[in-house]
Design a protein around this ligand. Structure first.
Ligand code: BLA
Length: 491
């Protein structure tokens, strides 16, 4: 049995992860209502972690506990974490306490930590991580640097840089793994492996640690029927779907941190361990700090690079359009410079239409198909469009695919003075995608029912994708918009 991957993705978005009502047992949780000065919720493992009866604290006034009052007085008013974290000497000197102010009350995380703080020898890595990346060939070493230092701090048996594609599928682009574990390098994973509802939590909490997939979740008990919002606490219990996933992968513990570029999720640091692995708050804190440096390094590099390339291309576009419009008949000039125009977007074909006149070079649809495309484009409100699979829009033009699959087009409508249309075409490019397991097999048949489940096999499964051209990148689209603006100036 197979399930359509889009249906699956929808199913996976329905689990309200932040309202699970339970935590992982590596710590205990309290929720404080600071308006009413009340302890409203406590996890059932409070006695075993902190030696305090849950029932004793519940519904008590916050003021009855000096260490809570003191912690609160040191919390900033902003949301986020950890605004307060210390070894809670007053409570027990082997307890770490962190407080997190949320939109709705304060969460208190209490963890046992009987280990002395370890000194990690990571000064070298810290220095390397804040050195600017200059060339693209330095990127690989930069990724490797963050993996190595995280390995020093955590001892994880596999750590990866996982990069999202525009459709939110993802790819392992760097990896550090203990010997004998095999490699996931280059493998692709479908978007539904990490649903949006899980991805978005990384914008609220920069770390997700699952020390033991076999650990029983601990219920949170408390007042009222409103579930506590667990988005910002490290202790949030784990989705059963994901527990199954990790089990299928043969993983006992996992750790992940978001890679954010310009405020957006670009990828994840994803780590696995072959055995349960509890990281102390200090270790997690170091991981967050190190990944923050790495994020800044990547952001600087990509932003700088993007500016440089765009500047360069824009300058070239201006020169080219100068040649076309500065004197003589633009259509004749376009004719003379077609190959150069085509190369701008690594296209296999190019066509320009000015009212009834058409010129074309390379692989372009025949006159009949071209007329249909032109008429269709005329009806679109967008002045810049791009497609990787044209035959989705023109199912009745079977010959089209044989010639081209991708199209990037711009138009300028000058009313009575006519209409300008530029089209760049790319041929079909058969792509081989090495998925980690067949992404269409994430279901189980139980008795008569079909149950949604993570796929069981992560063996490499190669999909041959046909009908698509190479994708038009964000840079292509931005450049097309600039191209159009420069033309407007001349027309
Ligand atoms: C969460 N899925 C995750 C997370 C990762 C992945 C990294 C974040 C939690 C963590 O760090 O473990 C996926 N892990 C990967 C991938 C690699 C890896 C791709 O190491 C590649 C090497 N998962 C499914 C299906 C569903 C699903 C079918 O396969 C939904 C029905 C859901 N994944 C799912 C959910 C979470 C998740 C709900 C959130 C788990 C949680 O935080 O509680």
């Amino acid at each position: 049995k197979e399930m359509n991957i889009d249906e699956l993705a929808l199913q996976c978005e329905k689990e309200a992860l932040h309202h699970s009502g339970a935590i992982q047992p590596f710590g205990a949780l309290l929720r404080l209502d600071t308006d009413d000065n009340l302890i409203t919720h406590a996890s059932e493992n409070l006695p075993s972690i902190a030696g305090i009866e849950s029932s004793q604290m519940l519904e008590q006034s916050i003021d009855s506990y000096d260490w809570l009052r003191e912690g609160l007085s040191r919390l900033s008013d902003k949301y986020g974490k950890p605004f307060f974290w210390e070894r809670a000497v007053k409570l027990r000197d082997w307890l770490d306490v962190a407080m997190i102010r949320t939109e709705n009350g304060v969460l208190v995380e209490i963890e046992r930590n009987e280990l002395p703080d370890v000194h990690y020898d990571i000064q070298y890595y810290r220095q390397q991580l804040i050195k600017p990346i200059r060339e693209s060939n330095e990127l690989e070493a930069y990724h490797q640097m963050i993996l190595e230092v995280l390995n020093v701090v955590t001892g994880l048996s596999r750590i990866m840089v996982y990069r999202f594609h525009p459709d939110w599928s993802g790819e392992v682009i760097a990896e550090l793994a203990a010997s004998g574990l095999g490699s996931y390098m280059g493998l692709r994973y479908p978007a539904s492996d990490i649903p949006a509802i899980a991805r978005n939590l990384y914008l609220l909490n920069p770390i997700r640690s699952i020390p033991d997939i076999k650990a029983q979740p601990i219920p949170i008990i408390g007042l009222g029927d409103q579930p506590v919002d667990l988005s910002r606490t490290d202790l949030r219990s784990v989705s059963p779907m994901h527990i199954q996933y990790l089990e299928n992968m043969g993983v006992a513990a996992s750790l992940s941190l978001p890679i954010k570029l310009n405020g957006q999720l670009w990828g994840l640091i994803a780590g696995h361990h072959h055995a349960p692995l509890k990281l102390s708050r200090y270790q997690r804190h170091l991981c967050i700090e190190l990944v923050a440096s790495y994020n800044l390094g990547l952001t600087n590099y990509f932003n700088g690079n993007r500016l440089k390339t765009l500047d360069n291309l824009e300058r070239k576009a201006k020169q080219l359009l100068n040649k076309i419009f500065v004197s003589g008949n633009p259509l004749d000039n376009i004719d003379d410079n077609q190959r150069e125009i085509m190369a701008f977007f690594q296209a296999d074909g190019f066509a320009a239409i000015f009212d009834q006149d058409v010129i074309s070079v390379g692989s372009t649809p025949d006159m009949n198909d071209m007329a249909a495309i032109d008429a269709w484009f005329g009806r679109q409100t967008d002045e810049v469009v791009s497609y990787e699979k044209l035959c989705d829009i023109f199912p009745d033009y079977p010959l089209l695919l044989a010639i081209v699959s991708g199209m990037l087009a711009i138009k300028i409508d000058l009313g009575r003075r006519g209409n300008f249309r530029f089209f760049w075409f790319r041929k079909e490019e058969k792509q081989e995608i090495p998925w980690a397991g067949n992404p269409n097999k994430p279901i189980l048949e139980k008795a008569d029912a079909i149950v949604l489940s993570p796929r069981r096999s992560f063996e490499k499964w190669v999909e041959v994708r046909s009908g698509y051209s190479l994708p038009w990148t964000d840079q292509d689209k931005l450049l097309a918009t600039k191209f159009r603006k420069i033309m407007l100036h001349w027309l």
